[in-house]
Design a protein. Structure first.
Length: 237
């Protein structure tokens, strides 16, 4: 830890960021699940279920995090996975009429990419626990379903935002050297009919090492500064 702190001091003296200030992290994680919120007025017969294969699709990516200016961006690049959806909805009209909707959908998602932009997000950092909360970053999803078969449900293709309201929260807990973190996120989508889904991620990240040339440059800058001070002191004597 002492070695890391002195390395950070060298970096800051040379105008180079280190992980305590800003860093790029290698991130890996999984989608831990999706839970569904049915529309208001749903009956006891309503059902909406989603299953994945594999059960917890994995993702990787590079995330840029700056704790001094509170900036956050990156991608979550998912492995190929399948989604099976079943829905059975009973609609009750105000006149007492009843209709039934729903269906079954099977999708193959070969390359989902979530792009995260935190430029307009709200940040909260607790230095005592090294916990960073990021609410309402913009998450754009591309690469949706290249293979979709469905009966009664809609298949989305390409980039899409099929919801009227979205609530997003990322929580990151750093180690004492800010060289790594663990975290979770929840992405809540609210649809036009009042239904919603909540997608949960769990992930961890490790700081990408600053190139050796940068450390050498920082050390050289400090050495030159020390040499200049010594020469100045000799002239004054």
């Amino acid at each position: 830890m002492k070695l890391w702190k002195s390395a950070c001091a060298v970096a800051f003296a040379a105008g180079i960021s280190c992980a305590a200030n800003a860093a790029t992290y290698n991130v890996s994680g999984v989608m831990t699940g999706v839970d569904i919120g049915l529309p208001p007025g749903s009956s006891e017969y309503d059902m909406y279920e989603v299953a994945f294969n594999p059960a917890n699709p994995a993702f990787t990516g590079l995330w840029n995090i700056d704790l001094s200016s509170f900036a956050f961006s990156g991608v979550a690049d998912f492995e190929s996975y399948q989604v099976h959806t079943e829905a059975f909805i009973v609609y009750m009209g105000s006149d007492g009429s009843m209709s039934i909707g729903g269906g079954i959908k099977d999708e193959t998602r070969p390359h989902d990419v979530h792009t995260i932009d935190g430029s307009g997000a709200t940040y909260s950092f607790d230095p005592a626990t090294r916990t960073l909360d990021i609410s309402q970053p913009v998450v754009t999803l591309s690469g949706i379903s290249q293979d979709c078969t469905t009966t009664g449900l809609y298949c989305f293709e390409g980039d899409f935002e099929p919801f009227t309201e979205k609530e997003i929260l990322f929580r990151l807990v750093f180690d004492e050297d800010f060289q790594a973190f663990t975290g979770t996120s929840t992405i809540t989508r609210r649809f036009y009919d009042g239904s919603s889904d909540n997608t949960h991620w769990s992930f961890s990240g490790t700081a990408v090492p600053v190139p050796a040339a940068a450390w050498l440059f920082g050390s050289g800058a400090l050495g030159l500064a020390g040499l200049a001070r010594r020469k100045g002191a000799k002239r004054a004597a």
